[in-house]
Ligand binder design. Sequence first.
Ligand SMILES: [Zn+2]
Length: 763
Amino acid sequence: MLKLRHPISLLLIALLILLGVLRTYSTPAPVDADAPDVVFSADRADAILRDLLAEKLPHAAGSPYNRVVRNRVVAHLEAAGYEPEIQSRFHCNPMFGGCSPVENVIAVKPGAKGKYAILLTAHYDSNWAGPGAADDAAGVAAVLEIARMAADFPAFDNDVIFLLTDAEEGGLIGADAFAKHHALFARVKAVINLEARGVAGPSAMFETGEGNRSVIRMLAKNVDRPVANSLTYEVYKRIPNDTDFTIYRNKSVMGVNFAFTQGVALYHSALDDPDHLALGSLQHHGDNAWGMLKAFGERDLTTINHAEDAAYIDIFGLGLSHYPLSIAGGLVLFLGVWAMIAIGLAFRKEFRYRQLRWGLLAIPLLFAALLLGGYLLSWPLGRWPDLHPLEHPHPWVGRLTLFLMLGLVTYGTLKLFTSRVSACAWMVLAWAVVFLLGLVLTSKLPAATYVAVLPLAMFALGSVIDLFRKKSPAPLLMASVLGFATSAFISIYHFFMLDVALNFDRSNIKVIPLYLMALTAMPMLLAYVKRRELTWQPARWLLVAILSGCFVHLLLPGFTAQRPRAMTLMYSETGGAERGYIVLESAYGMPDAAYARSHDFKNRELNDGRLGRVVRPVREIAALGLPAVEIAVGEALAEEGGWRRELVFDAGAGNRYLQLTVPPEIGLQRAWVNGELALDTSIAVKQKRHSLTLRVISPGADPLNVELLTRSADGFTASAVTWQDLPGVLTAPFLGNWPDNARPAFYGPRAELIQEFTVPAAP
Ligand SMILES: [Zn+2]
């Protein structure tokens, strides 16, 4: 019978796998500035970054400080021997309804053949709240350091275009301007984009294009420390996030998109500054981009679009395991049948069909118990303290508590079923479940089949070793151990992967990946405890440990100075109103309740500037009387497909943002700003459009001409919002005792004027 010396060995295997997986989620050491010229050095890139952001201030597109940053980008390219060009225009991306002045910086390293080009790109504008050191000055500094390295490098076959885009934060506007209006884009056949949604962690390759098989092979071969998996890519395709890469991908250009995502509490915050950027992430960005650039450089770029996609996952960041999707079904079938036959042969003497009955109950029960445990723990781990939706500053106590809960449900199942389910019955059922999972994924999500293929493959490999081992202590011991180790890898890898999307308040989902390792450990555990009397005592101790974990976790803060809550003071006024409001704004709707109370903020319903209402903690004051935008509405003109309405906005100087929202009922089809197509509602976006909004970043002092093509002839109410600087006198009384663990994020401090106006019905 299947035997282990001791179950502790399974625990040791799981711990080793955990250490390996933690390598995936860590970064390489930054390379010193005195490293050879052809090696990417994070220290050198960091010096560039600190020069670009010397003042550590936000620099949204079109702002005076963004011009300063742009000039520094140009200076670095010139110092490396390039003759950079600036693509300058007012541009709108009709996909998102965003317009902005755009100043893209472009430099070219000519190739030996020079027919096609590789685009290495990052965006240099920041969001409103912070200097954007990680998002995306790290990408820009990596591109500039690589441009400097490439300058001395012999010419590649292909051209290399270094593109530092502007106005990404306003809706990928600079990238769209390059793709639509720059002659160089026609030759681009491969893109490397560098991004961030956090300030630390590995630079993961999270997005490619359709038919990525060849590119995944290139990634496997040319990147020292690949961090990537095809499930992330599938998930990313379905969530609303976008980067500049979306523009190129939609135009069928192949490529790779890298980003780091740890420290997400600092994303788009005032603390996304050079001092909070992890240099290991910058190093990883640079290593990845340089590795892929050299590979694309010598490659015939007409051959990188393959007919099919690959399934892939990195193994401890040491290498990439990958296979084409067309063989996924065959692999699952072959390995699954192999596993079933191997188990059948090994246990043919002792196996009885009736042994399966209790197993059919126990296997779903283990899953249900795990979900229930996760659900119950989501309260103490997630709901009591105030929590960032994605990140906990001290996650290890919570993680350990979830692992202990896994131990408890596994032990409980073992205790309940030890005399009812034989090890071989559980083994048949467990690997049948993995087999079935593989078959379901083959038809629903083939890119995720590796979840089943890898454990089945290692089980099959182990069974061959078992066959050749002369004196195997037990049938299929090697198969079981290797199958369990690989399952533990899949479990732990995806447990940590979920950190990018969920915090402990969703522990019921966080624990789902852990099922696989419990499922495949059980046959060995059942064999070990056979004819041993199990007591409930260990379960009691585990329960005590879990409760202690919850208690310690509750004492930990949900926010710290290094991982703060997003909280901003802003001022909101509706045109013509006598009262205005100082608002405590929080990106995730969670301002510091104690601070709000002690400073006399009261919850109140406000105009949200998008024809809706929102409840925020506010202090009511006499309206400041912000300078209004003069809005002139022309007569509606009949046109094929609807009615064209012309509006002129004269805001004068001093506004950094103008937003126009119209109600969905009018059937807006297209909108133009100063003659540029600014919104086309027929363009598919990843997320359903909730409101029809036009946004102009840094609109400037001249009147803006807006035309709307609406299907309906009816009159409607529209809303215009402008942003100005927040007068310091308003915020001064609050900043003296502003909480350490709260920092402005996303839109940052501002004074907002909301003007609702009517557009009359067509005559
Ligand atoms: Zn970005």
